[in-house]
Design a protein around this ligand. Structure first.
Ligand code: DGL
Length: 268
């Protein structure tokens, strides 16, 4: 394995850019190739078979470009990990998120998880957290519309607040003692400020942080840290590139390239 190859990151849309933020903090020498299938997001409202097929195509795309490992920044895709095919190591954000929940809650408290419909329906966080610690009480809720709003209507303040409350309030109604809220959809750390303003007493867990630190350990253990002094961040999307402007600005990312590409034959 060539240690100077970039790290691949994939997501259904702009959400995985939150993993790029963590890469900048924890692995600032590693180049990144990002793939966001924004044309077909939200994945969270799709059937499992379709999610698996699209994710495998994105993985194959990144493999062709040449990457040494892939971060599955999308929780919905990570929920399908056993069905994904890759010749390079895949790092699931759900496994990383479950570890951060168990560490933060010390195995006792109730933890809230907000995620997409597919992630909640598949009960992925519950089973992954309980595999590490069976006593954590996990209360999950999904939002049909929040990821899409974050992708394309990030500045619609009133709509964002309404949809955040619709998603978080039912968790606190079930258990007012919930102290930690896991942002179990890659899009949600982008609106951490807005969620924090509405729920100042909650402590937010961003699984991308622990995902990138797991990757850092892997690179260290396998002597795979990049030695290339010219680091690059390249973004590929299946939708119009202007859709990335708001998220790139909000996350204060500096990128080297943003390009529209085809994932399926029918893509324009
Ligand atoms: N990126 C997805 C996730 O982390 C959410 C957006 C979608 O539904 O496509 O689950």
């Amino acid at each position: 394995m060539d240690r100077n190859l970039p790290i691949g990151i994939l997501d259904s849309g702009v959400g995985g850019l939150t993993a790029v933020v963590q890469m900048n903090k924890l692995l600032p020498n590693e180049s990144v190739i990002y793939f966001g299938d924004s044309k077909r997001m939200p994945y969270g409202n799709r059937e499992n078979e379709e999610i698996i097929d699209l994710a495998n195509r994105m993985i194959a795309y990144l493999e062709r470009l040449g990457v040494k490992a892939i971060l599955l920044a999308c929780n919905t895709i990570s929920s399908q990990l056993p069905h994904l095919k890759s010749s390079v190591p895949l790092f699931s954000i759900v496994e990383a998120g479950a570890k951060s929940v168990v560490c933060a809650s010390e195995g006792h408290s109730s933890v809230g998880v907000i995620a997409t419909c597919a992630t909640v329906k598949n009960r992925t966080y519950e089973s992954t957290i309980h595999a590490c610690h069976p006593d954590v009480r996990v209360i999950s809720n999904s939002s049909v519309s929040l990821p899409k709003i974050i992708d394309s209507e990030l500045d619609n303040v009133g709509l964002l607040a309404d949809k955040i409350k619709e998603c978080v309030d039912p968790i606190l109604q079930k258990d007012p003692h919930v102290k930690y809220l896991l942002l179990g959809c890659s899009h949600f750390p982008i609106i951490k400020r807005e969620i924090g303003e509405l729920y100042p007493d909650l402590i937010f867990l961003d699984p991308a942080k622990s995902q990138v630190s797991i990757l850092r350990d892997y690179l260290e253990e396998n002597n795979l840290q990049s030695q290339n002094p010219k680091r690059q961040i390249l973004l590929y999307t299946t939708a119009e590139t202007y859709e990335y402007a708001a998220a790139i600005k909000r996350l204060k990312l500096e990128i080297d390239m943003l390009m529209k590409v085809k994932l399926l034959e029918e893509d324009e």
